[in-house]
Unconditional design. Sequence first.
Length: 224
Amino acid sequence: MSNVTVHTKEQNYSAIIIHCLLYNFSPCPIQPQGPPRRGNSRNKNITTSLTPTFHICLIVLLFSVPRGGGSFKRVKVFDASVEHVASHMFLRSLCLQKTVYASPNPEMITIYYYKSDFKKFRGIPVVLNFTGSDCFLKCSKEEERILLQVEVCEKQKLQKISKSDEGTLSFVFYMKGDRTDDRTFESALHLGWFIQIVNTDSVEVTEKERPEEDNHFRVIIQKN
């Protein structure tokens, strides 16, 4: 038995190759010792021997070996306000209540931009930090509900984020723009769920089955 590893661009595989030795049973006449007996010419003493025939039997068992799923690495930071296109309301936070809400008065948000090693482009990976605090927007799941919350996190933990770490991945959103420079923010942990403003002042994540204006934002970068 021998083990090998097969590498592909997407994932690694391990293969087990088992070598089998098979025997063929083939008749091989063996001549009797001494002179032949009289009157017994029709009853020749024939025996059968085993002739070993070697075959190689390859049994390959493939199974996936996880690679960790890739990672995000922080590359730059901008301060901005995030305005909802349809309502002209801005994202604000109540950190102690773990709540994000909409207000006509802007609050500065520090946007962390990340570089990823994924081939499929869903948008620019970003983390949204309410400037001057350790409060971040986070998309998480409680029982069967997908929620948008504000949570305290050490900034050092978000320097590099592994896709296999759901705890930190919940802070990542894919920011994607269109021709008008409007932006959408899709949860990296819960794909298909977007930040939206509902009922004027309520901010949450919902699936993109609503009119597109509900989840479009304008990022107004603060110039120093």
